[in-house]
Design a protein around this ligand. Structure first.
Ligand code: BTN
Length: 331
């Protein structure tokens, strides 16, 4: 399948099959419902089968879904979102280089706040510090969300922490596992990372044009590539079961809306307070700090009012960390 956004009619086919999951649907009926020919339905069914969707039947006999597909199809996600502004517009790809590339381009062209770009697979998923983000087909959630906050660039750290907190709430509710947040917004289970967020923005002096939150969650990965296995894991590995990516995504988008609204209405303080309660990294943890040009050990000492992490160096000096990477030091 190419790198064009998913044809709305394939999306419609998925929703028609899901809504009629208990019956065999004649090919011509499906064809007329989604407005294509019978042979196109056959072609779409082939594409969905290639993605692991279990559809029984043939043009002559009709089609039936054998198991509900765990595809992040807009037609399956949107009805669950109620009046959420985040997710009112969803663009879905089976395969794309990076959902954040698409979202950044769409944001520049004026896409509305709350637009969500999703993919089943990324060929050039990006992480923080120019790293690659492992984006295996149909195992994870690869999503990028466009926000247009009427805030200043100085509020960027709080937006980043808000997103991490929202994902923390969503994953906790959806899985019952226990998560930690490593500053600024890595979601950790049993000391390993399951989700990361890349915040990218376009801003001018004093004015934030748009923010793209790129959220990746390792959901049903059965194994993690050897070079990452000591630092990363998936919800499936930790929970010893498969999770519905669609359900988790819905939960993430709802929690994002809730926490984003809280940030806009009440400012940084409630978000930062909740973040610090949810993270063992907020205070008193010995960490290795890596910034662009330094690498040292320090102890965390709370968040400052803008969301920067306070750290105390071994010589007692305290400072605020704006960006950079921290990892726990185990002695
Ligand atoms: C990190 O380094 O922790 C951030 C990882 C962010 C990955 C997500 S997956 C969806 C979006 N598209 C990308 O290319 N990256 C982000």
């Amino acid at each position: 399948m190419g790198t064009a956004a998913t044809d709305r009619r394939i999306d419609k086919l998925i929703s028609v099959l899901v809504k009629n999951a208990t019956v065999v649907l004649p090919g011509p009926k499906i064809a007329s419902q989604i407005g294509v020919t019978r042979s196109t339905v056959w072609n779409y069914v082939g594409k969905l089968r290639a993605l692991g969707v279990d559809i029984q039947g043939h043009t002559s006999s009709g089609y039936q879904l054998r198991t509900l597909p765990d595809i992040l199809a807009p037609s399956l996600i949107q009805p669950e979102l109620g009046d959420n502004e985040i997710g009112r517009k969803i663009i879905h790809y089976f395969k794309i280089d990076s959902t954040s590339n698409v979202a950044l381009a769409m944001a520049t062209q004026g896409a509305p706040e709350g637009t969500v770009v999703l993919a089943e697979e990324q060929t050039a998923g990006r992480g923080r510090f120019g790293r690659k983000w492992h984006s295996e087909k149909s195992s994870g959630i690869y999503s990028s969300i466009i926000l247009r906050p009427k805030l200043s660039p100085a509020d960027a750290p709080a937006i980043t922490l808000m997103a991490g907190l929202a994902v923390h709430r969503a994953l906790t509710a959806a899985t019952g596992l226990t998560f930690d947040i490593r500053w600024p917004n890595d979601l950790m289970v049993h000391g390993k990372k399951v989700s990361g967020i890349l915040t990218e923005m376009s801003a001018e002096l004093g004015c934030l044009h748009h923010v793209v939150l790129g959220i990746g969650v390792n959901v049903n990965h059965k194994s993690i590539p050897a070079d990452l296995a000591s630092i990363a894991t998936s919800l499936g590995i930790e929970g010893k079961r498969n999770y519905s990516r669609a359900q988790i995504l819905v939960s993430v988008l709802k929690e994002l809306e809730k926490h984003y609204t809280l940030l806009k209405e009440k400012g940084n303080a409630p978000i930062l307070r909740a973040w610090a309660e949810a993270s063992t990294y907020a205070e008193g943890k010995t960490v290795r700090v890596r910034t662009g040009n330094e690498d040292f050990e320090a102890v965390t000492a709370g968040l400052d009012p803008t969301g920067m992490l306070r750290i105390r160096r071994e010589d007692g000096r305290e400072e605020s960390l704006f960006s950079g990477e921290i990892t726990e030091v185990n002695r």
